[in-house]
Design a protein around this ligand. Structure first.
Ligand code: MV4
Length: 448
């Protein structure tokens, strides 16, 4: 059993983890930079350690500082949250080397999924559908051109070390291919220290649908359904929904069970998310995330399962307390990410929160570490709150989203609340009719 957890993160996710620990009777250690001295996660933790100055390199990414803090305070586990060190296989390995529990999957699984070619090969072997493309890395340019010709244009060149949309190049015709290929290679080499690239058929207007999974150390793996994360701009999600409006109950059940079986067979332990693109009634695997994700609460709302609690329990060696047959999905949930950013320009807005009034009432949950008078430092991600809303069906949920957004008061910094108000009233959103290009291509132009 885990008795004390060091939370190697900040902001709302640090608070979310802290709350799961308190519910389990687990002691908490917060770590913070000098810029986060007065942060809520520090105030609410049982103990706290300053791990360095404001820049993330010297604090939240400072591995020796974080591991020392865990050893000094007698923590027996480290929760990395998301971002920062959460998908760093070297860190996960070092944590284990210090006889601490890494609350996440094994380092080998993090490394495997970090290599997007290996990830695709693994899930293909386990019977999941992937986007058609090259069988692994592209080696010779002549072979690559030949393959692209055979597949038909447009094609997409992706970085094996990439993910999250970085290092991708589209080629719409044979004439564009060589330059796209060389650019993808060069940019990947610079960005990831790895110029390995692979080829995929480019899907023009997909939705982004991901499945949540959780598995224990004894091979028990379940899926918790899917989330539609198509509402994004610049590879940043801003609005997520569960369930997706395009998957039938039968499809979800059958496909979800295949995913859970694959996860069990690879010996994966912990929480994870398999990302798919959805086009023409089909799901195609693209990547797997080996961390707790920002949007996990919408899955919690429709399943009633506390995913972070279960994540901590399976990391401590407990068996999953439920089976696939125990899981059912209720109603609809939407998450609005409230970033401290201008709603039109998306320029980050650091400063001090002056007034803060949080929405509430039936079906409304807010995950945030904000309070009136708190400072939003310029050094970190601009996500300051997540508005998570549940309703008996999608329309009910949308009404509650509008009600909650109208109650929300945050002054002192710009936020995405005005953008979310427009989204929640947009006909395409009301109809559930949008794909990954909607926010950038349609919505943004309309608001100009
Ligand atoms: C694609 C694609 C179209 N076709 N792959 C971008 C993030 C990375 N996880 C995968 N991405 C994409 N891969 C093929 N074969 C379009 C995207 C994509 C995207 C995917 C999910 C969410 C937002 C996106 C925004 C732009 C492009």
């Amino acid at each position: 059993m885990i008795k004390k957890v060091l939370i190697a993160n900040r902001g709302e996710i640090a608070l979310r983890i802290l709350r799961a620990c308190k519910d389990l009777g687990i002691q908490t250690v917060a770590v913070h930079s000098t810029a986060d001295q007065d942060a809520m996660h520090v105030r609410l933790a049982d103990e706290s350690v300053c791990i360095g100055p404001a820049p993330v390199r010297e604090s939240y990414l400072n591995i020796p500082s974080i591991i020392s803090a865990a050893c000094i305070t007698g923590a027996d586990a480290i929760h990395p949250g998301f971002g920062f060190l959460s998908e760093n296989a070297t860190f996960a390995h070092m944590v284990e080397e210090h006889d601490l529990i890494f609350i996440g999957p094994k380092a080998d699984h993090i490394a495997m999924m970090g290599d997007k070619i290996m990830a695709k090969k693994t899930v293909t072997r386990l019977g999941l559908p992937t986007v058609p493309g090259s069988d692994g890395a592209l080696s010779k340019i002549d072979k690559a051109v030949k393959l692209a010709d055979e597949m038909g244009y447009p094609v997409l060149i992706k970085a094996a070390g990439g993910g999250g949309g970085r290092g991708m190049k589209v080629a719409r015709s044979k004439g564009e291919f060589v330059e796209a290929y060389e650019t993808a290679r060069r940019e990947s080499g610079i960005a990831f220290g790895n110029d390995t690239v692979y080829l995929e058929k480019y899907l023009e207007n997909p939705r982004h649908i991901e499945f949540q999974v959780i598995s224990d150390k004894y091979g028990n793996a379940v899926h918790l359904g899917e989330r539609d994360c198509s509402m994004q701009r610049r590879n940043q999600k801003v609005w997520e929904e569960a369930p997706s409006t395009v998957l039938s109950r039968e499809f979800r059940d059958e496909f979800g069970r295949k995913i859970a079986k694959a996860v069990s067979e690879m010996g994966y332990v912990g929480v994870g998310t398999l990302e798919f693109l959805y086009e023409n009634g089909q799901l195609y695997f693209i990547e797997m995330n080996t961390r707790i994700q920002v949007e996990h609460p919408i899955t919690e709302m429709i399943t009633g399962i506390d995913i972070v609690r279960e994540q901590i329990l399976v990391a401590g060696g407990e068996k999953l307390s439920f089976t696939q047959d125990d899981i059912s999905f209720h109603g609809h949930a939407i998450e609005c990410r409230i970033n401290a950013e201008n709603s039109e320009t998306y320029i980050p807005s650091a400063g001090t929160i002056v007034n803060y009034h949080c929405p509430g009432g039936p079906g409304v949950r807010v995950d945030s570490a904000m309070y009136a008078g708190c400072k939003i430092p310029p050094y970190y991600d601009s996500l300051i709150a997540k508005l998570i809303v549940h309703g008996k069906d999608r329309n009910h949920c949308l009404s509650r989203v509008r009600r909650a957004l109208n109650e929300y008061v945050i002054s002192g910094v710009d936020t995405l609340i005005p953008m979310h108000k427009k989204l929640a009233n947009h006909q395409n959103v009301i109809n559930g009719d949008y794909n990954i290009h909607f926010l950038e291509k349609i919505f943004s132009k309309e608001s100009e």
